[in-house]
Design a protein around this ligand. Structure first.
Ligand SMILES: NC(=O)c1ccc[n+]([C@@H]2O[C@H](COP(=O)([O-])OP(=O)(O)OC[C@H]3O[C@@H](n4cnc5c(N)ncnc54)[C@H](O)[C@@H]3O)[C@@H](O)[C@H]2O)c1
Length: 596
């Protein structure tokens, strides 16, 4: 029989604690909610109230249930109020000495059979437990932010946690409607160990002006389908908490430089810019605690910014190439009303591309997304050619040929001779330096990267890559074109992986390393990222879809260019590729897909 938990205590009613109180009270459990002072207690009460009021306003909670929920919560200052609870969850700031002091005090105040749990994200549960006389009854219960919404709980057992305590807490998680993964005590557990290197890297991109906050966040939302961008997520987590988590992970997790907090973080924390809870972090919020972002001095101007930056008018576009990307890009431009010249290496190839574009447009008609007349008009705007000479009068060229530098350079040298002055020349490369391609021409100021995502007609993101020679006008033109295509163009520097791949693939590689170290299973790691962080796919699902060979190649590029030791490809990834297990396309990758 699992232990009955009728009353639980929550210590610390900040970002996490207030949410944890709500989770228990919503599930019919009485809560003693404790803070350090009367004003802090009032803040916690107000947070709980506004969260439950929002739930009522959204129709997710009945008014009567909200009132009953509040009746189950007893607020108090000081730990003495916890003398008769069955379980305590501590959610005070991420400092080991503070948590140890609180656990020693809880050990004194609480009944001998009470389970003591910490919500720590990165500190050692073992070190916290030894501050008590009952380390076998100490456990980690790591909720995710916002606690009432996120389904995952990481249950962390130390080497001395009693198995029945683990079982009781697992049963409690099920009662709360949460999915738990039970793991050993390691810095960052599953989700944060995979998340924080990525978040810190994104802060580094922002700090070095590699891209704006809006562009970094849009890239990860639109390029990977994440529920929020990394900088908005940092604001939600709280920059002080994030700083402490990174710092602890750096010290406990093998001094991986990727966890050394980016200096800007410390500056922001010192300046009181803590994120949502203080009303300002990477973004500015309506008021402290509010999720509503308001414009500030860094917010880009919506109106006519492109024109102000000297964007050139584009009506006729040349697209070179006959592969998947070229085909998709032709469709995108033609549908958006541009006159398109497609150039391939032979009329046979042109005929194939033409067929593929027709098929895709027809699908749109069948699905009711495109009128027949619009399909015909789009097709009518495309002319098919096998010679570059037909690009003499276009305003923009998009190159999407094979991913080989020598081929692209030769092509750009030819374009330089053929195209009129003022044309923007764009490459869709995903891994080659754009500057190498630009320098094959006499007009590097007019060369940009336009990195579309596959499938181009569907994916809403384009990375606009500016090299150190790209002119502001060419960048503005590329961005304006993206907008006219109905896509979000994010501007970034010319570094390996641009924004999305540079942030995504090291995380995937880390997941492989975690699996390789037998810390957890592929299923639990996938679960953790989907249910704890709201990712649309877990890392192993995504690796199998993208292809392990493609992922390894990208990771190798990142490692070679950035020389970051933590980016070294996971040996397991290399072995799977060598063995021919490339993912779905070979019916086997991290998982066996032969029966699906
Ligand atoms: N923020 C997140 O996204 C997140 C997610 C999961 C876990 N965590 C972990 O949860 C814990 C709390 O983080 P947070 O972000 O909620 O911090 P926070 O700063 O928002 O809240 C901490 C609260 O603890 C209170 N407090 C401080 N000392 C206290 C004491 N002696 N007694 C009682 N209350 C005290 C503070 O007044 C404050 O309200 C940390 O261990 C953190 O790592 C955070």
């Amino acid at each position: 029989m699992a232990r009955e938990f009728s009353t639980v205590g929550v210590v610390g009613l900040g970002t996490m604690g207030a949410g944890i109180v709500e989770v228990f009270a919503r599930n019919g459990i009485d809560v003693v909610a404790v803070e350090i002072s009367a004003p802090a207690l009032e803040r916690g009460r107000a947070t709980l109230k506004s969260s439950t009021d929002r739930a009522v306003a959204k129709g997710k909670l009945a008014e009567a249930d909200r009132d009953a929920l509040h009746e189950r919560v007893h607020f108090a200052v000081g730990l003495d109020a916890l003398h008769s609870v069955d379980l305590v969850i501590e959610a005070v700031p991420e400092h080991l000495d503070l948590k140890q002091r609180i656990f020693a005090e809880l050990d004194r105040v609480c009944r001998p059979e009470t389970i003591l749990a910490t919500n720590t994200s990165s500190l050692s549960v073992t070190e916290i437990s030894v501050a008590t006389s009952r380390p076998n009854q100490v456990i980690g219960i790591h909720f995710f932010n916002p606690a009432p919404v996120m389904k995952l709980v990481e249950v962390v057992r130390t080497v001395v946690t009693a198995p029945e305590v683990v079982a009781d807490v697992e049963a409690l998680c099920a009662r709360l409607g949460k999915v738990d993964v039970t793991i050993n005590d390691r810095a960052g557990f599953i989700a944060n160990a995979l998340l924080f290197g990525y978040l810190n890297h994104a802060v580094g991109m922002f700090e070095s002006h590699y891209a704006t906050r809006e562009d970094i966040d849009a890239a990860m939302k639109l390029g990977c389908g994440l529920p929020m961008g990394p900088l908005a997520l940092m604001d939600l987590i709280g920059l002080d908490t994030a700083y402490e988590i990174l710092d602890t992970m750096y010290r406990r997790g093998g001094r991986d430089r990727r966890h050394a907090p980016v200096p800007l973080l410390k500056q922001m924390v010192t300046a009181g810019l803590l994120g949502r809870k203080s009303g300002r972090g990477f973004y500015t919020y309506e008021r402290p605690g509010s999720p509503v972002v308001v414009p500030d001095e860094a917010t880009p101007l919506a109106t006519d910014a492109a024109v102000a930056d000297g964007a050139r008018a584009i009506t006729k576009v040349g697209i070179v190439g006959s592969g998947t990307m070229a085909t998709g890009i032709i469709e995108v431009f033609a549908k958006a009303g541009y006159e398109v010249v497609s150039v391939t290496r032979g009329m046979e190839k042109s005929a194939k591309v033409c067929e593929a574009v027709k098929t895709s447009l027809n699908k749109g008609v069948v699905r009711g997304k495109l009128a027949e007349a619009d399909r015909d008009a789009a097709l009518g705007r495309i002319s098919w050619s096998a010679t570059l000479d037909h690009l003499a009068d276009v305003d923009l060229v998009v190159e999407a040929v094979v991913e080989e530098l020598s081929v692209k350079k030769a092509l750009f040298a030819s374009l330089d001779e053929i195209c009129k002055p003022g044309v923007v020349l764009a490459t869709t490369t995903s891994s080659l330096p754009v500057i190498d391609v630009a320098m094959a021409t006499q007009r590097p100021a007019d060369v940009v990267g336009l990195h579309f995502f596959n499938p181009a007609p569907v994916m809403p993101l384009v990375e606009v890559v500016r090299t150190i020679r790209t002119s502001p006008e060419a960048t503005a033109t590329a961005r304006a074109v993206c907008a006219a295509l109905g896509k979000t163009g994010v501007v970034c520097g010319d570094r390996s992986g641009f924004i999305v791949n540079a942030l995504l693939f090291p995380y995937l590689n880390d997941a492989v390393k975690m699996l390789e170290a037998s810390y957890s299973t592929a299923d639990d790691i996938d679960h953790a990222m989907k249910l704890g962080c709201g990712y649309p796919m877990g890392p192993f699902e995504l690796l199998d879809v993208v292809g392990l060979d493609v992922s390894l190649a990208i990771q190798r590029e990142l490692y070679l260019e950035l020389r970051e030791p933590g980016f070294a490809p996971a040996p397991l990834l290399e072995h799977l590729v060598t063995a021919g297990y490339l993912g779905r396309k070979t019916r086997r990758g991290f998982r066996d897909h032969s029966h699906r």
